[in-house]
Design a protein around this ligand. Structure first.
Ligand code: KIV
Ligand code: NA
Length: 258
C-alpha cells in the first residue's frame, strides 16, 4: 500500500508532503489533513526527550512511538527511523527493522551509505528510505549542523551514494541540508523520490519536524523551517496549510534553501 501510494504520487508529479509524527493524536490529525507520509523520526530524542542530539534514542523508544503513531493512523504510510547503533551491519539491522515493522511501520529509514544493510533489508521484504546530506547521527563527525555537498568532491560523492542506495533497493531518499542545486541534480538523476528538508524546492517532496512547522520547539528553529501556525487558527489548519504549500510549491522558497 505504501509503495503504490508513493509511486502514484511520484508518477503524477504531485509533491509528497511528509511530517514527523510521534503520537496517536497527531497521527490522526495529520491523516485528516491529508499528510502523505508520517515519519517517526529519531528527532524525537531532541523534541520529545530534550536531548541535544539523536544519539541517545533506543530501539525501544522507536518501537513505542511507532506503535503510538500506527494506532492513530488508519491508512497513511508510516516510516520509522533506525536509531543510532541499530543499523551498523545487516546482522543487527534486520532484527531491529523487523521490530519497527512489527510495531506498525511500513518502511524504515536509515542514515548514510550503508548499502549492504539496505540490500539485506530489501531482500527480506522491508522497504527502505535512505537519508543523505546532513545526517544527524553523525553530527560529531560532521562537526555540527552544516550544509553538506557544498564543494565539488562532496557533491559528486553524494550523487554516487544516492545512486548506489537506489541500486541497493532503497525506494525513497531524504536529503537534509543540501544546496538546492545539488538536490535538483540528485532528484533528476534518481528514479526514486527525493524528500527534502533544507534541500530546496526541486525535491519530489518535503519533510519538516512537526514542532518546527508549528513553531513550538523551544530550542533553535532551523532556517529552512516555516511556522505554519503563524496566521492559522488551529493546529489542524496549520497542518492543512503545510500540505497545501508543499503541493503548490509555495514552500520551500529561496529563504528556506541553501
Ligand atoms: O528524525 C527526523 O525527524 C528526520 C527528518 C528530519 C528527516 O530524520
Ligand atoms: Na532522523
Amino acid at each position: 500500500m505504501t509503495q503504490s501510494r508513493i509511486n502514484a504520487l511520484t508518477a503524477s508529479g504531485e509533491k509528497i508532503a511528509m511530517l514527523t509524527c510521534y503520537d496517536a493524536s497527531f497521527a490522526t490529525l495529520m491523516e485528516q489533513a491529508d499528510v502523505d507520509v508520517l515519519l517517526v523520526g529519531d528527532s524525537l530524542g531532541m523534541v520529545l526527550q530534550g536531548s541535544n542530539d539523536t544519539l541517545d534514542v533506543s530501539m525501544q523508544d522507536m518501537e513505542y512511538h511507532t506503535r503510538c503513531v500506527a494506532n492513530g493512523a488508519d491508512h497513511t504510510p508510516i516510516i520509522a527511523d533506525m536509531p543510532y547503533g541499530s543499523d551498523q551491519d545487516p546482522l543487527h539491522a534486520l532484527p531491529n527493522a523487523h521490530r519497527l515493522m512489527a510495531a506498525g511501520a511500513h518502511m524504515v529509514k536509515l542514515e548514510g551509505a550503508k548499502f549492504d544493510v539496505v540490500e539485506c533489508l530489501v531482500a527480506n521484504g522491508i522497504p527502505v528510505c535512505g537519508h543523505l546530506g546532513f545526517t544527524p547521527q553523525s553530527v560529531h563527525e560532521l562537526g555540527g549542523y552544516k550544509v553538506q555537498g557544498r564543494d565539488e568532491a562532496s557533491a559528486s560523492q553524494m550523487l554516487k551514494d544516492a545512486l548506489a542506495l537506489q541500486q541497493a533497493g532503497a525506494s525513497m531518499l531524504v536529503l537534509e541540508m543540501v544546496p538546492a542545486e545539488l538536490a535538483k541534480t540528485l532528484t533528476e538523476a534518481l528514479s526514486i523520490p527525493t524528500i527534502g528538508i533544507g534541500a530546496g524546492p526541486h525535491c519530489d517532496g518535503q519533510v519538516l519536524v512537526v514542532q518546527d512547522m508549528l513553531g513550538i520547539y523551544p530550542g533553535k528553529t532551523p532556517r529552512f523551517a516555516r511556522n505554519f501556525l503563524d496566521g492559522a487558527d488551529s493546529v489542524q489548519s496549520a497542518l492543512r496549510h503545510y500540505v497545501q504549500a508543499v503541493k503548490d510549491g509555495s514552500f520551500p522558497t529561496a529563504t528556506h534553501s541553501f
